[in-house]
Design a protein around this ligand. Sequence first.
Ligand code: GLY
Length: 346
Amino acid sequence: MDSSVFIGPEALPALAELLHRPAVSRVFVLTDSNTARLCLPLLEKHLPTNYQLIEIPAGEEYKTLASCEAVWSQLTEQRADRFAVLVNLGGGVVTDLGGFVAALYKRGIRFAQVPTTLLAQVDASVGGKTGVDFQGFKNHLGVFQAPAAVFVDPQFLQTLDVRQLKSGYAEVLKHWLIADGAAFNQHRRLGWLTDDWTPIIRESVALKQRIVVQDPLESGLRKLLNFGHTVGHAIESYLLTQPGREALHGEAVAAGLVCESWLSVQRGLLSPEELDKIETFVFSVFDKLSFVLLETAAIADFALQDKKNVGATINCTLLQGIGNGVFDQAVTLTEIAESLRYYHRL
Ligand code: GLY
């Protein structure tokens, strides 16, 4: 499942080398409406001149089977064969959806991930998870399928606004919280903004790959990477049902990091002082998400569909100290709702 990840200025030339191999019949580039405009011009010189562009609308609300069908239709109309390569140029929606499309088209064609957001560069494009949302549940349909390789060029981050950068930073924070307490403490002092994201991307990708290589299909250890996501996905899914209140993935995950750290304290796994450090760091980057107390039960209900659950048991990843995640910690719906109430009071 582990694929090569090229990071830095050598990434796009490495992609060009792959795409110009004789074993590649055709090159299709999947973008959304933003990356077609902002990122494709940076990629274009590395593509074969006869590449075909396929574009989907930008936004989480288009991470659907209907969008997949539109892409499959275009591949079919363009007579893409099994030696075609799909290059997914975009954030988490494009890389997840494009990987899923490629995995199923003619039982699987190769795909290359070219993540353009911090979130996709440090997390979504790495590790072979692909998929789409379904009936309001995040990444409900999907398969594990390794890309041919991942090509990370930090210059794409210049196309992002601060809100998008922060969204990706939530996944960086998550990586430190589950596996690198020293980095968490170091960056807590330095602050989140930087002129050069490359070292942070390299460390984050390496940390994720160390986990994924041991458990590519998420039967155990990889569940660590879901820290913050049981509650985070529930918040994100709930807010998607509330027009005008949608949160970015990382914004919801940041709230999930706080809620699940609080649950860790309730279990005696994390100290209140550590929770305080986590909250201080999280709120130095992210604004608090707003919901009313009456909504906490409805938000918590979304956790019943979490992919880590076994039957009715909600399995959460918690922290046994900063830098040390523990997976398969059963929590109740009531506890999830309580954690949301705690967050609301902050
Ligand atoms: N984003 C979590 C994982 O790839 O497992």
